[in-house]
Design a protein around this ligand. Structure first.
Ligand code: 13P
Length: 246
């Protein structure tokens, strides 16, 4: 089955850097069978819409507003992102949850906004080190998923990809063991079963993120309940990211 590989640029690269990146990256992944997605800064989206047309790579944003339009200075809406040709948006990234105090309820609103304009969502969930040490991982994931997915119809789950990103693994070079990831992803699927059905739990795409690089990616992709990867730092090097995808 095709793997879903997403690169999250975070707040990196100028438009000029990004253009150079694509010139190097696109030929490297041209023949690749996996599904490739770039989560890029808003300022790069117009260029992406031109350069990625008729390639096997899609792009998306890293966030959207809870609101559709109006007096929300500094915000970017679902409609604006969709209008530029985005295929998806990330929602609930731990950096936004933490630095901007984004709540699970706001994440739910953002998902509703995204789905209303046919944008897919990569919903990030994951526990902090403290929560993990206190044995609260399962509880945290349950709360994050139950609130974020509240009010969704089951058939809308096809537009949701869950990214399990343990916060303590992001940018630290640390990763859980493959057994740990498999157990936690089983738990995520169990939550989806309790909320929706066994069929949805089996079908929903769940990807892993947190210190993925070209040395550990193939082992993580071998985990049987994992459908892909969300790559941060390592996606900024087009050659390394292409190696991960291949
Ligand atoms: P790193 O791959 O740099 O750990 O980042 C992961 C991440 O936050 C992707 O969204």
């Amino acid at each position: 089955m095709k793997k879903f590989i997403v690169g999250n640029f975070k707040m990196n690269t100028t438009l000029h850097d990004f253009a150079k990146y694509l010139d190097c990256f696109l030929p490297l992944v041209k023949e690749c069978k996996n599904f490739v997605a770039l989560s890029i800064p808003y300022t790069h989206m117009m260029l992406a819409s031109q350069k990625l047309v008729s390639t096997n790579v899609v792009f998306g944003s890293q966030n959207i507003s809870t609101e559709e339009k109006g007096a929300f200075t500094g915000e970017i809406s679902n409609l604006m992102v969709k209008d530029l040709g985005a295929y998806f948006t990330l929602v609930g990234h731990s950096e936004i949850r933490k630095k901007f105090r984004e709540t699970n309820e706001q994440i739910n609103q953002k998902i509703m906004r995204a789905l209303s304009v046919n944008l897919k969502c990569v919903l990030c969930v994951g526990e902090t080190k403290t929560e993990r040490n206190a044995n609260k991982t399962k509880m945290v994931l349950k709360k994050q998923l139950e609130i974020a997915l509240k009010g969704l119809y089951e058939n809308e789950l096809k537009n949701i990809i869950i990214a399990y990103e343990p916060v303590w693994a992001i940018g630290t070079g640390k990763t859980p063991t493959t057994k740990d990831i498999e157990e936690t992803v089983d738990h995520i699927r169990q939550i989806i079963m309790d909320m929706f059905s066994q069929k949805s739990a089996d079908k929903i795409l769940v990807i892993y993120g947190g210190s993925v690089n070209q040395n550990n990616s193939s082992n993580i992709l071998k985990i049987k309940n994992i459908n892909g990867l969300l790559v941060g730092g390592a996606c900024l090097n087009p050659v390394e990211f292409a190696n991960i995808i291949k």
